[in-house]
Design a protein around this ligand. Sequence first.
Ligand SMILES: [Mn+2]
Length: 302
Amino acid sequence: MNIDKILNKLKKKETLETNDLKLLLEKGAELLKSEPNIVHVTSPVAIVGDVHGQFYDLLKIFEINGDVGDKKYIFLGDYVNRGTFSILSFGYLLALKIKFPDQIIMLRGNHECRSLCEVYGLKNEIERVYSNTDPLDWLIETFCTLPLGAIINNSILCIHGGISELIETITDIETIDRFREVPKSGKFTDLLWSDPTEEVQLYKESPRGAGVLFGKKVLNQFLEKSNLTSIVRSHMMTEEGYKYHFGEEKCLTLFSCPKYCYYGTNVGAVLNIDKDLNRSLKVFEAVPDEERDLSFVCLDKK
Ligand SMILES: [Mn+2]
């Protein structure tokens, strides 16, 4: 497989031949499988939140913040669904992962599972682009190899969702069997689905129907017990592209698909962490509609 050729093709928004897509996904899965549940990373590093198939905006991130290869990246998951270029978005990142294995860490989001992909866009996109739905099976297989978290300089934990009563320490994440579909409940599910809340100090049922809401007190207990300073997570749309919770810097939400679903009013954000763990947020606007292909956007959703 010529990875540069594939990267060039994807960057031009061209559809990969079925065989090339299969090879890319197999090779990517092999590589991701070799990584632990929690990948340890040294700063400087940039962190990116949800992408959701907004490929034009993903390319913009690299334009304004630097390319993988020149810079290390952690992606917090939710590459697919909602937007209309899920295959390109996930495929491009996976191709970068194959080219620069240590320069890009790809975590699993709650959308990297079959049940959501059948409903929220990926399956439709595959039916539109390919002659059968085999690519969906290959994609799901690759999703089931994505690591669950990253820790920067033994200090900052990056995950997609959040914690729960079942996740008291890092060991509880390290012992998850991740090579499978995300179950309906349990610590694997909570890690990918939970959200912070200011409403309670401990835990509360989540309106999402999966994961929980976690409060300030339990987050602080988790951080103390795990010897960590903070978490960076995504999973929630925020108008400003980022949101600090609990009135301090211990829990940050990052959301990186501006103009979410092509009709939102939000901007996106990327977090850069330098070698001394100083933070700087880069906020960016969506690529203008006239510069992107909107042919598959269902505009009556507006
Ligand atoms: Mn999510």
